[in-house]
Design a protein around this ligand. Structure first.
Ligand SMILES: Cc1cc2nc3c(=O)[nH]c(=O)nc-3n(C[C@H](O)[C@H](O)[C@H](O)COP(=O)(O)OP(=O)(O)OC[C@H]3O[C@@H](n4cnc5c(N)ncnc54)[C@H](O)[C@@H]3O)c2cc1C
Length: 239
């Protein structure tokens, strides 16, 4: 089948779902995922999500992050991650995510690499709590369609840049998706390793497509049909 949409998003993990929910409702959005919709690493994440605890916490949070990354981190990316953490936490609360609380206040725990408690959590199933709520909100939206067991095979590299995807649908047939915007939120590549806590089907497919098209490495990428650029892990500011 040949499909047409405003935006196609590959991946129904936290990245893909959050992106879909943040886009204007006027856009028709098609999401595809290789497996069942809830079979993403995002559902497996246990510990929690870091949040900046006020301006006085910035230097410490920055240093902890750099140290954990052996000071090889992209400093601008770390800054974006820290600066956007409060806004993203607020968005997640708005989508119904139930973070642990002490009375009316959010509760924070401490995890490896952090010099003070700044981790939002939900029991030890934070990823499931976040991603299941994002999925529920996405499934409520009339402008979002999700196709499971549908795999991105390639991107369509047309005259105007990326014009969509070649896909294999759930029934095994080949098809295309023509889209104004293409977002790759395919997760990492842990599934390639023999020993991994990742799902087997998380195999670095976005990275492969970047190598093929000569694009820079990133966790998630967005292509626009008239130009190309990549985004960092704060996936809400893409348009
Ligand atoms: C056991 C475990 C514990 C973790 N704990 C934490 C934690 O406490 N805190 C933390 O911040 N992070 C944690 N992480 C890491 C975190 O889960 C990931 O970084 C995050 O979930 C990645 O989200 P994502 O949306 O980018 O990708 P994923 O959630 O992996 O989703 C990828 C999506 O892309 C789809 N996909 C991939 N390729 C294709 C293709 N070719 N065609 C169609 N669909 C495709 C997949 O089906 C899936 O839907 C943990 C990870 C694991 C495995």
């Amino acid at each position: 089948m040949n499909r047409q949409t405003d935006v196609v998003i590959v991946g129904t993990g936290a990245a893909g779902l959050f992106c879909a929910l943040k886009l204007p409702v006027e856009y028709q959005i098609l999401m595809i995922t290789k497996d069942d919709v809830d079979q993403s690493d995002s559902f497996l994440a246990q510990g929690g999500m870091c949040m900046l605890r006020g301006e006085e916490d910035y230097n410490s949070y920055f240093e902890d992050t750099m140290k954990a990354g052996h000071y090889e981190n992209n400093k601008a990316s770390v800054d974006v991650m820290i600066r956007s953490s409060n806004r993203i936490a607020e968005d997640l609360l708005g989508y119904g995510v139930d973070f642990e609380r002490n009375g009316d206040e959010l509760a924070f725990t401490r995890e490896g690499g952090h010099s003070r408690p700044r981790i939002l959590f939900h029991e030890d199933i934070t990823g499931k709590e976040i991603t299941s709520k994002l999925l529920a909100r996405a499934q409520e939206r009339d402008n979002i369609t999700i196709l499971d067991h549908t795999m991105m095979l390639d991107i369509i590299d047309g005259e105007n840049g990326c014009e969509g995807l070649v896909i294999r649908e759930a029934d095994g047939s080949l098809g295309t998706v023509q889209a104004g915007y293409t977002v790759l939120a395919c997760g990492g590549l842990g599934g390639l390793y023999q020993h991994s806590t990742n799902f087997r089907h998380i195999t670095g497919d976005a990275l492969r497509s970047q190598f093929v098209t000569g694009l820079r490495w990133s966790i998630s990428i967005i292509f626009r049909s008239t130009r190309r650029h990549y985004i960092r892990r704060n996936r809400d500011d893409v348009f």
